[in-house]
Design a binder for this molecule. Structure first.
Ligand SMILES: Nc1nc2c(ncn2[C@@H]2O[C@H](COP(=O)(O)OP(=O)(O)O)[C@@H](O)[C@H]2O)c(=O)[nH]1
Ligand SMILES: Nc1ncnc2c1ncn2[C@@H]1O[C@H](COP(=O)(O)OP(=O)(O)O)[C@@H](O)[C@H]1O
Length: 193
């Protein structure tokens, strides 16, 4: 595929992907475009349909998957998530660098496509700190929080495997993690404009 390499951000829920991504998009307007995923989970206060996610139902999303409209899709914490072909195309059409936020299953599926992104894992300093951040965020029920922590343990192990990610960023201090992310993206874009 031609154009700049897309960027896949992955890592446990609560690791800080959205925080870093929003900061990056705000500081570099007209450079990055977010691939808006579909999900069957309920919107959180402040989340906008079509901006944060395309909020949908299981039936509608399954129909789209069956019709071949998705690059990848996965089940996470009791909900469906997926990247539609249109989500990535929309960003490409604007000539922006496409950023995708997907879980580890999404990373695996995207590796089977010709998208050829750079794979970045955002990791928390520890599972304890991750739990605290998720609790402080106040977006989860106890059940969905426990499911996220369970998935996080698997994600944290897999991110250590060589070859899965190009880069692993530990999001301890936010500003330092952000600088690290920016440095990596600068490097990639210089190599392949
Ligand atoms: N495979 C896949 N995962 C996604 C997609 N969109 C979001 N996710 C992942 O789904 C998980 C849950 O996302 P979300 O419900 O927004 O919760 P949060 O990560 O705790 O803010 C995260 O690990 C996301 O990276 C997608 O299109 N495909
Ligand atoms: N470096 C950090 N230090 C402290 N809190 C952070 C840091 N990065 C993110 N957070 C907070 O942790 C919570 C989870 O971050 P978020 O960006 O929603 O994670 P994700 O998108 O990976 O699920 C948010 O409330 C966010 O404000």
């Amino acid at each position: 595929m031609s154009g700049p390499r897309p960027v896949v951000l992955s890592g446990p829920s609560g690791a800080g992907k959205s925080t870093l991504l929003k900061k990056l998009m705000k500081d570099h307007e007209g450079v990055f475009g977010f691939s808006v995923s579909h999900t069957t989970r309920n919107p959180r206060p402040g989340e906008e349909d079509g901006k944060d996610y395309h909020f949908t139902t299981r039936e509608v999303m399954q129909e789209g998957i069956d019709n071949g409209e998705f690059i990848e899709n996965a089940e996470f914490s009791g909900n469906m998530y997926g990247t539609s072909k249109a989500a990535v195309e929309d960003v490409r059409a604007k000539n922006l660098i496409c950023i995708l936020d997907v879980d580890i299953q999404g990373v695996r599926r995207i590796k089977e496509t010709d998208l050829n992104p750079i794979y970045i894992s955002i990791q928390p300093p520890s599972i304890e700190i991750l739990e605290q951040r998720l609790r402080d965020r106040q977006t989860e029920t106890e059940d969905s929080l426990q499911k996220r922590l369970e998935a996080a343990r698997i994600d944290m192990e897999l991110s250590k495997e060589p070859g899965v990610f190009d880069v692993v960023i530990i999001n301890d201090d936010l500003e330092r993690a952000y600088e690290e992310l920016k440095d990596i993206l600068n490097e990639v874009n210089q190599k392949k404009p």
